[in-house]
Design a protein around this ligand. Sequence first.
Ligand SMILES: Cc1cc2nc3c(=O)[nH]c(=O)nc-3n(C[C@H](O)[C@H](O)[C@H](O)COP(=O)(O)OP(=O)(O)OC[C@H]3O[C@@H](n4cnc5c(N)ncnc54)[C@H](O)[C@@H]3O)c2cc1C
Length: 448
Amino acid sequence: MPLYHQSAYEFSRPVPSYWEDTAAPLSFAPPRCSGAHMADVAIVGGGYAGLTAALWLSRVHGMKVIILDAGRPGWGASGRNGGFCSAGAAKLSYEVMIRRHGIDETRTFHRALRDSVAHVRDFLSSEGVDADATQGGDLRLAHKRSRIGPLREETAFMNATFGLDQRFLTAGELAERGYCGPHFHAGLLDPEAFGLHPLKYLRGLAAATHRAGAIIFADSQVTQWRMTSGRHVLRTADAEITADKVLLATNGYTPEDVAPWVGGRLLPALSRIMVTRKISEGERSAQGWNSVAPAHDTRDLLHYFRLLPDGRFLFGGRGGIDASPDGMKRSQNALRASFERLFPSWAHIESDYAWSGFVCLTRPLTPYAGPLGDVENAFGAFAWHGNGVAMSGYTGRLMANFIAGTKDAGEAIPAIMRRPLPRFALAPLRRLMLGAIYAAADLRDNWG
Ligand SMILES: Cc1cc2nc3c(=O)[nH]c(=O)nc-3n(C[C@H](O)[C@H](O)[C@H](O)COP(=O)(O)OP(=O)(O)OC[C@H]3O[C@@H](n4cnc5c(N)ncnc54)[C@H](O)[C@@H]3O)c2cc1C
């Protein structure tokens, strides 16, 4: 039984996103898997994590790789996200991370996050993929006056702890740079992050993976997974795939009852996006928002937003805990109301697109990459905490080296991500618990 309403798992239904309408089609047509197949490595999930792992396993390690996706490649979060390519992937604060794991492990993890942003940049340029990458970094905006001081302290902390060059910007400096709004009181600029077209990146990645020789199957949902004579056997409706090793890269869409070990260890959460019609130059000036660099606010339940290169505005936030059609309507209305509150001069501007999808959390609030418990030759890479555009693919690459048995590849995965992943307490109720967590976060965001 999936955790959310079944309509969120209609893998054959195209995502009604702005990205789908503006990306060139995939350069090849991945077939549905049928019959019997053998592979060195089978990868379940054709998002950034699965495709990048497959690209590296095929191109660098010469292994025979089969990727199975229940929908089209990129049907999951990778084809429908906000396109913020930034150094994130954990919800645990750095203060707590340092207390829990020590400064060295925290710095290693943070270095990997930075490297993951560079990894995407390098991939786009080395493969000649034009994914509309933006310039000008990424901004974290204080959503009320009481957050100005903490944001200034955070800037100093990040620079001192990780040797960064992040900048604190006053409201006046924000306005000069084209970020103006009655609810933005200061900003922290990360110059390395950038915005991209997530589906153009995904399709460029899928094309490179296909060229490298990996076999990509679409519409091929894995419904059974068993071990026979030390090998993994995956079943889809029409096919049986036998593989020496399996990588599970299904993130927020991970099937609870198919994959061994993961049940109760991952918590999918809905994220929601709307995209407006094109906003004219006059309308942009009225609001004072002219920059295409992406931004998000300091709320725990953060809003993320960016002016798209064609003049539309993308606005996103949490999508509630109810994925039924009625729940989706309610969360869309709530998101629209937040947009109108934050950008009052644009309250009359219609939204042309709205969609949602799953991100993925863990109990320790850090991502996981490593073996699936003690299941032999089975691996997983997931839980980017809503910030996986950069880190999911980068980790896919690390996992490819690990799966291929490259010397020291295990140690190259930050230790924080290799720690055993605990089950959630009261796992069957975790979606409802998320509702309680959202309510508390909402109170902190508005009254704290
Ligand atoms: C609305 C939204 C906005 C977001 N915005 C951002 C952002 O701006 N920046 C950022 O960094 N991150 C963002 N994220 C998160 C980011 O998109 C994800 O962390 C990242 O794409 C995860 O990639 P992945 O490859 O691990 O998983 P996914 O891309 O989710 O891929 C998992 C795949 O597994 C497949 N699958 C599931 N079950 C099976 C099965 N049984 N058999 C076969 N295939 C199966 C699914 O079809 C899916 O394609 C956002 C996510 C959402 C939903």
